[in-house]
Design a protein around this ligand. Structure first.
Ligand SMILES: O=C(O)[C@H]1O[C@H](OP(=O)(O)OP(=O)(O)OC[C@H]2O[C@@H](n3ccc(=O)[nH]c3=O)[C@H](O)[C@@H]2O)[C@H](O)[C@@H](O)[C@@H]1O
Length: 343
């Protein structure tokens, strides 16, 4: 017997892998695709994944809301690739894991081109599931707390089916993500694809677009510019804000764990928008005023994650309190806006 267990003189050909799986015979690295990796959460996720020297990271982004600036430090790195690509078009890359984040997440951006938003959620997710099926990759979808719509249950558990307007101006996003979740489970049941679904609640932190339009970035930019903070009426609506590093840790735990989800990821600390404005004012610029402005249709009146499942299944809970996270984001915005330090 030869050392390799074959009879001498009989050379067995190696198994013939499909071309897309071929590199798996030669590499022990994990190759990870991050769609929307040039965006706010995506780029923080890339930073964390790149810390592990066994990971190779491929980012695809169409740069509609993402920016190369967010990935500056990785461009040219041997374990990193950046591809300009729109997920509504098919993509063929050989990967082991797919974090599928690509989609505008700020209401003003996703409502700007609603047809494109729903295409991104439906066709983008179909394309990524097709890719996962073809190469045998595990795929994680970043869904959203918006699948609960204007929730009639509070706080929201994963079992709650939601209260969503199917024909409203937000539907391109919230119904789009609901279809994306359906597609994930249909591919899982029909084709055995390994899926993970995170329902992300409002997330904030450095690198959000300054003109993103979401509430935390608006208030911080307004406070730094010395402008009135615009609380949309009535100001009693609530949100729960999760710092981005906590969110990224939750996403990686979900991907690495055994549970398909959906799993809520968010910080259960709940604030009214008036309280948030008062907090930002106190921490960033006590001399600014707060003004009430008109709201937009279908704005959810309350939102707070029940994170029992994330805690039990992933051993995850957020660590950073709003009062500690806001100054970190404030400093990033101050530098990017070129506002001098006051004290
Ligand atoms: O930040 C997020 O992670 C979430 O942002 C949006 O959801 P929404 O909660 O409506 O986000 P914002 O636009 O930040 O609005 C939050 C609340 O602040 C209020 N708001 C917003 C902007 C502003 O200048 N002032 C203000 O009071 C809005 O009326 C709303 O009640 C997206 O739809 C979610 O998918 C996304 O996950």
């Amino acid at each position: 017997m030869a050392a390799n267990g074959e009879h001498q003189g009989v050379v067995k050909p190696p198994p013939t892998p499909s071309p897309l799986r071929f590199s798996k015979f030669f590499q022990s690295n994990m190759r990870i695709l991050v769609t929307g990796g040039a965006g706010f959460i995506g780029s923080h996720l890339v930073d964390k994944l790149m810390e592990n020297e066994k990971n190779e990271v491929i980012v695809v982004d169409n740069f509609f809301t993402g920016s190369k600036d967010n990935l500056r430090k990785w461009i040219g790195h041997p374990r990193f690739e950046l591809i300009r690509h729109d997920v509504t078009e098919p993509l063929l890359v050989e990967v082991d894991q797919i974090y599928h984040l690509a989609c505008p997440a700020s209401p003003i951006f996703y409502k700007y081109n609603p047809v494109k938003t729903i295409k991104t959620n439906v066709m983008g997710t179909l394309n990524m599931l097709g890719l996962a099926k073809r190469v045998g990759a595990r795929i994680l979808l970043t869904s959203t707390s918006e699948v609960y719509g204007d929730p009639l249950e509070h706080p929201q558990k994963e079992e709650y089916w939601g209260n969503v307007n199917p024909i409203g101006v937000r539907s391109c996003y919230d119904e789009g993500k609901r279809v994306a979740e359906t597609l994930m489970f249909d591919y899982h049941r029909q084709h055995g694809i390994e899926i993970r679904i995170a329902r992300i609640f409002n997330t904030y932190g450095p690198r959000m677009n300054i003109d993103d339009g979401r509430v935390v970035s608006n208030f911080i930019a307004q406070a730094l510019r010395g402008e009135a903070l615009t609380v949309q009426a009535p100001g009693t609506q609530t949100r729960s804000f999760c710092y981005v590093s906590d969110m990224v840790n939750g996403l990686i735990r979900l991907m690495e764990g055994d549970n398909t989800g959906p799993i809520n990821l968010g910080n259960p600390g709940e604030f009214t928008m008036t309280e948030l404005a008062e907090t930002v004012k106190g921490l960033i610029n006590p001399s600014v005023t707060i003004k009430m402005v008109e709201n937009t249709p279908d704005d959810p009146r309350q939102r707070k994650p029940d994170i029992t499942k994330a805690n039990e299944v992933l051993g995850w809970e957020p660590k950073i309190k709003l009062r500690d996270g806001l100054p970190l984001m404030g400093e990033d915005f101050r530098l990017r806006l070129g506002v001098p330090k006051t004290a």
